[in-house]
Design a protein around this ligand. Structure first.
Ligand code: GLA
Length: 377
């Protein structure tokens, strides 16, 4: 992102110089899918696609934001927040939850832009939420606490926007470090920054299909997981080991499959962290592949396009492993690829996917980036 363009837009729009620039990234999840709302483990990394806000404080409680990408404005008063619809609900929701948590907020004038593909499973909404939280921290003068801001943003999404997501996306956008993946325990919010293996590229494969009606399917998966946890008599499926699960149970076929995905996926995340530390990329790739099969057959959240693009990736000799990433039902897959072959991998997968599905993929070789940060001010 070119911050000069952002500053120029701010000046053109508000006739003054911006005081702060903040940013918050999207994320790609390496492994640990749908485990976050089961108190489990995840391993996302922040990507080099983010939301940027240039802003200056106001003397009153007005918030005015110009979206440069959508070419629309939003204005509201911090003391009289009401629900509406559209992109500004993420901003209002964060403002509401920050105030509820006791933060005294100042109003601001802002311009916002971003390059996280929307609706692709790369957490563009978490990026808006965390950038907003950072903007309020900057103008209102409170300290940035990544975990606290992630929880507030998640609440904004759950209670204001009405999407019942877990904590992974917000924690990734808030707390990741450049060059590292984030090993997160979603029960305790304890984090470990896990260095990425050398000589590999993390490649995002966007199927160009978008998840429709995702909320209802997502919430249905959540309640099936909760049903399974109740059957096992535990707080969350995180508390059931693969061995305990394999002893057998009286769950219905569907709920049993949902539980099997979560329980084996948690085990895969723990193994992935260990093999990453040991530099065993081959095994890491196998875990990616196994995760995809589990999401396809047991959790049933892939679509045809995701299965096809994952197959196209796995067929390349430079690919260690590939899987769908994010909530599923459309959006993106992620592949681990030998770094020196990343460009030819990209070309080959594009062509193969086009031939198989008739669709055009967008493919990004991405870098593990820093979580939300103050760029200027
Ligand atoms: C979405 C949600 C996350 C997580 C993933 C699936 O991205 O926002 O909380 O549940 O799906 O792993």
């Amino acid at each position: 992102m070119d911050t000069q363009t952002l500053e120029r837009s701010f000046s053109a729009y508000f006739n003054a110089k911006s005081e702060f620039i903040v940013r918050a990234p999207g994320r790609v999840n390496l492994i640990g899918e749908h485990t976050d709302y089961n108190d489990g483990f995840v391993l996302p990394m922040a990507i080099d696609h983010a939301v940027w806000i240039a802003l200056s404080p106001r003397a009153d409680s007005q918030v005015r934001v110009r979206s440069l990408d959508l070419e629309v404005d939003s204005a509201f008063d911090l003391h009289s927040l009401t629900k509406g619809s559209g992109w500004q609900e993420y901003i209002k929701g964060v403002a509401y939850q920050l105030q509820k948590a006791g933060h005294e907020l100042r109003g601001f004038d802002a311009v916002m832009t971003g390059d996280v593909p929307r609706g692709a499973g790369l957490s563009s909404s978490a990026a808006v939420e965390l950038a907003t939280a950072y903007a309020f921290a900057a103008v209102s003068g409170f300290a940035w606490d990544a975990a606290q801001m992630a929880k507030i943003s998640q609440k904004a999404e759950n209670e204001w926007v009405g999407m019942n997501c877990g904590i992974m996306d917000q924690m990734a956008s808030a707390a990741c470090r450049e060059g590292y993946a984030l090993f997160l325990d979603c029960r305790t919010l304890e984090v470990q920054h896990a260095p990425l293996p050398e000589n590999i590229s993390v490649v995002i494969l966007d199927t160009s299909t978008r998840r429709g009606l995702v909320d209802s399917a997502y919430n249905e998966r959540r309640s099936q997981c909760e049903e399974a946890a109740r059957w096992f008599g535990v707080k969350a499926l995180r508390d059931v080991s693969v061995e305990e699960f394999e002893k057998g149970n009286g769950l219905s076929e569907v709920v049993m499959k949902r539980a099997r995905h979560i329980i084996t996926e948690n085990a895969r995340v723990l193994e992935a962290v260990n093999v990453m530390k040991a530099g065993n990329v081959k095994r890491l790739g196998e875990l990616f592949n196994a995760s995809h099969v589990s999401l396809r057959d047991d959790f049933e959240v892939t679509n045809e396009a995701l299965n096809q693009i994952v197959e196209c990736a796995q067929e390349q000799s430079s690919c260690y492993g590939a899987r769908m990433t994010g909530a599923g039902f459309g959006g993106c897959a992620v592949a681990l690829v030998r770094e020196e072959n990343a460009q030819e991998f990209t070309k080959a997968v594009s062509a193969a996917y086009k031939q198989r599905s008739g669709l055009d993929a967008s493919i990004y070789v991405c870098k593990a980036s820093e979580g939300a940060s103050l760029v200027k001010g």
